[in-house]
Design a protein around this ligand. Sequence first.
Ligand code: SER
Length: 318
Amino acid sequence: MKKILIVGAGGQIGSELTRYLRNIYGNSNVLATDVRECRDLGEDGPFEVIDALNATQLASAVARNNIDTIFNLVALLSAVGERNPQMAWGVNMGALINSLEVARQHHCALFTPSSIGAFGPTSPKDHTPQDTIMQPTTIYGICKVTGELLGNYYNLKYGVDTRSVRFPGIISNVTLPGGGTTDYAVEIYYEAIKSRKYTCAVPSDVYMDMIYMPDALRACVELMEADPHKLIHRNSFNIASMSFTPEIIADAIRRRIPDFQMDYYIDPVKREIAESWPNSLDDTCAREEWNWKPEWDLERMTDDMLRVIAEKVAAEKE
Ligand code: SER
């Protein structure tokens, strides 16, 4: 990776991945793009407003900047996707097809995130294997499985260097996720700091895989830098880091903020989605093929999240 373009850089992953990549590859070598103006991302490197659904705009930015690697991060998440499946398909697949085509025409490598949402109720629940039944029941998951298949197809048919990971729910403290089923695991930390209480929309005992953003960012770079000869899989690798329920994360917070309280107001859509996803993924293939290894667990992440968010909230009050 020398000249990188990020599509959808204003979102939860992109806002941090842009800075992470700029630190490694140089500010001027990472072009952040989003459908909306993002002033922050233009402060320390190039930024352009680009609609990922406009293939001409995307191709022009790639050609003008001699881009060799594209990160396509555009996605409507699982819960919001269920409110407008047609739009979710249009946005998620439109951005992906344009990224694949531009990558093919301009000889770029392409990273696209997949998700635990690519699995469904018929997949094995615990230690879900890398290669297994994938029959998701959300439009988000259907887009992810289709995206994985298309990524492999472009690799086999055209030799495009497509790579992907199936992200667990990503927990971060810079940009909030929006419309996902795993969002509760981010919101809970903000509410613990701001009001000492949180109302959770996901049932207390549902396990889902989660990952802290620093591990997620490192996974993107390590996979894209991996020796292609060692990759048996491409689209997409299971990666795992931690798996917990709402009660388990609430307990971790209570050990640090003893008066923290949590109650439940279950969102039936989120319940159905959460219950259809794996409890935990088996990431053996990622470990074997590109040495994936998580560095953060629930305890260490909870310390870090509460510290950073407390500082942010205090700064906002000043
Ligand atoms: N975080 C996503 C969601 O909840 C899953 O990849 O939709």
